[in-house]
Design a protein around this ligand. Sequence first.
Ligand code: UDX
Length: 438
Amino acid sequence: MKIAIIGSGHVGLTTGICFAEKGHEVICVDHDTDKLARLRNGEVWFFEPKLPELLKKHHSSKRLRFTDSTAEAVKFASVIFICVGTPTGESGKADMRYVEKVARDIAETMTDYRLIVEKSTVPIMTGERVKSTILRYVRGDAHFDVASNPEFLREGSAIDDTLKPDRIVIGVDSAKAETLLREIYAPFEAPMVVTSIGSAELIKHASNSFLALKISFINWIARVCEQSGADVHEVARGMGLDARIGAAFLNAGIGYGGSCFPKDVEALAAISEELGVEAPLIRLISQINREQRERFFEAIQHELWVLQDKTIALWGLSFKPNTDDLREAPSLWLAQRLLKAGAKLRVHDPVAMPAFKRAISDVYFAKDPLDATSGADALVLCTEWPQYREVDLAKVKATLRVPLIFDGRNCLDRRQAEELGMTLIGVGKQRIGPRGKH
Ligand code: UDX
């Protein structure tokens, strides 16, 4: 089938390339001329494993092309996926300006039936808004359907998550829309869930908020561990073996980041309250997450007593491994707090240093992990890149001025560190910070 993708970022580009991989003919739209030029040149402008190879493959397969014209895409394809951003706006509400603009652009250029599909993560009731917007601005024949088809891709495994999803959710309110989406997804082997448009929109926000809830729950349990001598890894292992709970997303740490969890949790709370449904549980997910990085900073400050003029090595800048994405990364917040307190930073990340430099430049960018720890008064780990687990802690001790490590992802070998006489402070592993209310 011919498919149009409006918005060629992490979601749109991945979705378009995977549709091409499954044999569809795809046109991707992006209004950023620099990004468009790089994509036309076969270059992915962000780090995502497998994406560059597939982009090159479908450049030559001629099943994938790029344009800056929504009109051209609307003319080419009968099914149009909206993949533009829905960033956090005031009071946590999703900012829908980009989705609304695409709906208007489609309305003003369509001349016969089109299926407009919300792929972007949108608050429930957006489908109705898209419908009324198109009805208001359409010039020609007003035959169209709107559907919701949320994505569940994770950065760092976006291709696999899209080609082999746990499930495909389609929210439709017409047989024609369902038939078209079934045809598009026929080459994908995955259970298909067909719902109303609203249910499909809510499935996405509910799924991400539940995953974030698991993380904030285990991070709260970590606080109880720190004050009681329990070990959060042991607790998580004992919990996760219950099939009803599951082990995934029970890793305590400095808290979640990324372009999805923070904004989706806030957006769900905001839309719920707008609908008259109080959302204290959802608000708590974000509150615990914010506190998690603040408590980690306080633990560093408490242990070092004075941060002014201290040199601190920072391992891991991206919000999680296998991405160069810094959006809502705990490392960015922590780096700014440490710099504000007068510390000097020696930072390292396998891929995210160029992106980090665009945000914070007055730090030392290390050539490798041991260059970062050289002469530092402490090592702070924010992102559990596999490279850091492989570093010989004896060499880390030899390069540090003080054998002190703060492990924000509980990923370094605690036993080896203690055998080397190092102090390793994790999350939920021992008492941290000053006594008192936590
Ligand atoms: C998430 C959802 O997983 C995905 O389904 C949705 O489509 C988009 O949002 P993503 O944000 O790319 O994907 O990353 P994910 O792997 O979910 O991790 C999110 C954050 O949670 C990261 O900061 C990670 O460090 C943190 N995390 C994850 C924890 O702190 N503990 C865990 O146990 C798991």
